[in-house]
Design a protein around this ligand. Sequence first.
Ligand code: NAG
Ligand code: NAG
Length: 322
Amino acid sequence: MDARFFLALSLCFFFFLFFFPHVSHSRARISDVIPKKQTVGSLIRMKRGPSSATFDPSRVSQLSWSPRAFIYKNFLSEEECDHLINLAKDKLEVSMVADNDSGKSIKSEVRTSSGMFLSKAQDEVVSNIESKIAAWTFLPIENGEAMQILHYENGQKYEPHFDYFHDKANQELGGHRVATVLMYLSNVEKGGETVFPHAQVKTVEAKDEVLSDCAKNGYSVKPFKGDALLFFSLLPNATTDPNSLHGSCPVIEGEKWSATKWIHVRSFEDSIRQGTSGECKDANANCFTWAKAGECEKNPVYMVGSEDLPGFCRKSCKVCSS
Ligand SMILES: *[C@@H]1O[C@H](CO)[C@@H](O)[C@H](O)[C@H]1NC(C)=O
Ligand SMILES: *[C@@H]1O[C@H](CO)[C@@H](O)[C@H](O)[C@H]1NC(C)=O
């Protein structure tokens, strides 16, 4: 072979590798991945222990880049929605907010819903939903808090707020909240929209959707049973995103049920474990109140925990001594 021709050919080859480096790697990667993950059509299956969750990217659309927000149509089935409501409905308490300075949970006019926390992997349905959230967000289950179920009726709302914390105590638990997955468990006849007052979006919801006045104060998402909204409270450079400000508009007609999964920068489970290992500490500012309300007996998985995964309120439940 002519040496010049060979040189030219080699240069072409390196040129190709330089601009399309992924081509040379993709084969190796695919074979690495296949044993752990099966791909069926557009469904991505991810395994975690005995349960497996599917995530269908064709049902996800991007709503806004500022904040980064996405909607997943029919993320939960009717049955999953009803199941979550049933787990929660006898255990609702007035919702609280975190005090800016101390991080303590306090009652506030800005939040008038009632709610409760499930336990992580409380049952198979909850555990499957948690796997599905991890598959969709690409964020591990251990970074998530336990799901919170919320109930809003006539006039109840949550004024615009941030999901990231302003106080140090809460930030120590797994770092900032990076993302929130908000699942709508019911339809709402009127009101109850999730509103982002600072969103930089030009597009508005379809015209036939009747929005409440509150919802017109920004970019709004109308709740539909089974849909899930994912938004990020941190920017890609890991600073807090002021445009992630969001609220729940007052319910005008009907009632609203939702489930929230907050996901942190680091492992939330690890920080709970570290926070409690050896030391007799509560990991949530509500522990004392919850313990007084009998939650140590009613909700032992979350409150007391096990040896492997100590609960959040061991001190208030008096299962350790300092
Ligand atoms: C907490 O701090 C934020 C940002 O400084 C502020 O917008 C908000 O109103 C404060 N909330 C309360 C309850 O003081
Ligand atoms: C992070 O990104 C935002 C938005 O692009 C920018 O305004 C901010 O200055 C950046 N902060 C840092 C520390 O890079």
